[in-house]
Design a binder for this molecule. Structure first.
Ligand SMILES: [Zn+2]
Length: 186
C-alpha cells in the first residue's frame, strides 16, 4: 500500500468531478469512483483470512488487466442501476482503478518484488517509480506478519504524516476540478 485510502478516495473523487458533468452526477457514480479507487487493495482480504494480511498484497490485482475488468464491472453495475450510463460506468471505474495503480507506482515499496505487475498477464515484470512521491501507509509488509502486527503497524504517527503529505499533494487537484468544472458547464 503506498498512498493512503484517503488519498485514493480523493483521486477517485477528482476523476468523478472531471468525467461526470453536473446533470449526470449521481451518488451511485461517486460510490463506484471511490470504491474502484481503493479496490486493488482488496487483495488484503484473502491475506487477512489466512492470518497474514500482506501475503497476497500488490499482486495481479495491481494490473491494467484488472482495471479493465473493473471497468466492465462498473459498466454492468451502472447499466443495472441507472440504465443509460454504461459507457460512463466503464470509463469511470477503469480510470479510478487505474489512478490507484498510478499512485502505487509513485509510492514506496518495502519488500521485493518491488513495484506492481502493471502489464500482467503479458509480463510478470513489476514497475515502480525510482523516485517515490508519496509516503503511503506504512504497514507490516512481511508476508508472514500476523494480523495484530499488521494493525499495530498501521496505527502510527508516521501514517498521520503520510496522510498530511497526501492532502497537500492531492487537494490542489481536487480544488482545480471544483473550479474548472463550473466554467466548462456554463
Ligand atoms: Zn495498492
Amino acid at each position: 500500500m503506498r498512498a493512503t485510502p484517503f488519498g485514493r478516495s480523493r483521486a477517485g473523487y477528482a476523476i468523478y468531478r472531471l468525467l461526470v458533468s453536473g446533470e449526470q452526477r449521481r451518488s451511485a457514480l461517486l460510490l463506484v469512483a471511490v470504491v474502484m479507487a481503493n479496490a486493488p487493495d482488496l487483495d488484503f482480504v484473502p491475506g487477512i483470512l489466512v492470518g497474514a494480511p500482506a501475503m497476497y498484497h500488490q499482486g495481479v490485482s495491481h494490473s491494467f488487466a484488472f482495471a479493465a475488468a473493473a471497468g466492465v464491472m462498473g459498466a454492468v453495475l451502472l447499466r443495472a442501476m441507472a440504465g443509460r450510463v454504461a459507457q460512463m460506468g466503464f470509463f469511470l471505474a477503469f480510470l479510478c482503478y487505474s489512478s490507484h495503480l498510478v499512485l502505487d507506482l509513485f509510492g514506496r515499496d518495502a519488500r521485493p518484488p518491488y513495484g506492481i505487475p502493471l502489464f500482467w498477464p503479458l509480463t510478470d515484470h513489476t514497475f515502480l517509480s525510482p523516485v517515490p512521491l508519496l509516503l503511503g501507509v506504512h504497514h507490516a509488509s512481511r508476508a508472514s506478519s500476523s494480523t495484530s502486527e499488521w494493525v499495530n503497524s498501521i496505527l502510527t504517527l508516521r501514517n498521520v504524516a503520510a496522510l498530511g503529505l497526501e492532502i497537500v499533494l492531492i487537494l490542489p487537484l481536487v480544488l482545480l476540478t471544483w473550479r474548472w468544472r463550473p466554467a466548462v458547464e456554463s
